[in-house]
Design a protein around this ligand. Structure first.
Ligand code: COI
Length: 358
């Protein structure tokens, strides 16, 4: 349990907007909590973060991030535990991934202590916004962007680090229908695929839009050279159960190092499941779905958590994935994860960052 006390200056809202929130109908990311934290990197150093009312900001149309894309974000979650304390899940690991993304984009790292203390102070202040219903959570969005106004192509000198939060329900309730992409690429090895930078998402919109028009929810991205091996889904990593073994694409510079991915692999080991992180070919999944060797396919991600996949379209053929029954690995591991986050099962890996609520 962590019990940091923080002394970040706070400018409170004059009137909370919480009454506007329909907690029974939480569309992902629709509502943003009352406060945000803002810190400036200027003159080669970080300036003290402050908590201010969430709201519009003054920005220059020449701001470098708008033109040359220096923008990075994280996605994380906080929950109420069953004994009514607040749990921020794996904040240190998110801080470390944020910094890896920032490095790739020539942006200044945020010291881990500043990252975690900012989360602590902000979430404690807006704790009434953390939803209580089953499956809901407080989605945390730390991000950074180049704030300097200049049109020359350059690494910016002035950045803003901000955290905003949103009460959310499950990202998508129904199982995913995926299309295997064999033309467009999300990223290439050596590119920015492992980094959570804004451009990875913007570049995926066009092919995803085409897939949506064809009746799919998301794309299953494949390697840029041959479209032969599976990378990830773009909003989540992907896992399969093949002949009883949990199989997932091995990380490379084109795949996001998902924190839920790591959590699920760790829990799978605890549950005695055999694991393989390796290259996974489309041909193997096609053959496995046809023969019955592939018994489960699911996505993992902060927003998606553990999301069942119902169908994979491979070279124009719709291949159904068996429905996940109560004894499926994905439902058992999801329940275990949920129990750990709620404090109902021992947190043996020290993933929970608990803010005690008096
Ligand atoms: C997350 O799971 O945090 C993601 O990155 C998905 C998001 C873009 C909604």
């Amino acid at each position: 349990m962590t019990t940091l006390t923080t002394s970040i200056p706070v400018q409170r809202v004059s009137k909370s907007r919480i009454k506007e929130v329909d907690f029974n109908n939480l569309e992902f990311g629709k509502y943003i909590a009352d406060h945000m934290i803002v810190a400036d990197f200027k003159d080669g150093k970080w300036h003290e973060p402050t908590i201010v009312p969430y709201g519009d900001m003054l920005m220059s149309p020449a701001m470098l991030s708008l033109h040359y894309g220096q923008a990075v974000f994280e996605g994380m979650k906080a929950f109420w535990t069953s004994d009514k304390n607040i749990n921020i899940f794996r904040p240190a690991r998110h801080a470390q991934r944020f910094n890896r993304s920032l490095n790739r984009m020539c942006m200044p790292e945020v010291p881990e202590e500043m990252f975690v203390q900012s989360l602590h102070a902000l979430i404690e202040l807006d704790k009434d916004w953390i939803p209580t219903s089953e499956g809901s959570s407080f989605y945390i969005r730390p991000f950074m962007f180049a704030y300097e106004a200049r049109l020359g192509v350059k690494v910016a000198d002035h950045f803003k680090f901000i955290i905003i939060n949103s009460p959310v329900a499950a990202y998508q309730a129904k199982p995913y229908r995926l299309k295997v992409e064999d033309h467009y690429v999300r990223t290439a090895e050596g590119g920015t695929g492992f980094a959570k930078c804004a451009g990875n998402y913007g570049g995926a919109f066009y092919p995803t839009q085409i897939a949506r028009e064809e009746g799919f929810d998301q794309i299953l991205w494949t390697d840029h050279k041959e479209h032969k091996y599976i990378d990830e889904v773009g909003m989540m990593n992907v896992m399969f159960v093949i002949n009883g073994t949990l199989v997932t694409p091995q990380l490379n510079t084109a795949i996001l190092d998902g924190i839920t991915r790591d959590t699920i692999l760790t829990l799978a080991k605890d549950m005695g499941m055999k694991i393989e992180e390796r290259r996974v070919s489309i041909d193997e999944i096609e053959a496995g779905l046809k023969s019955g060797a592939v018994t489960e396919a699911f996505g993992t991600g902060t927003a998606a958590v553990v999301a069942p996949i119902a169908l994979i379209n491979i070279k124009g053929q719709d291949l159904a994935v068996p429905e996940a029954g109560p004894s499926s690995f994905q439902l058992r591991v999801k329940e275990k994860l949920n129990n750990i986050r709620m404090g109902k099962e021992a947190d043996t890996h020290q993933w929970n960052y608990i803010i005690p609520v008096r």
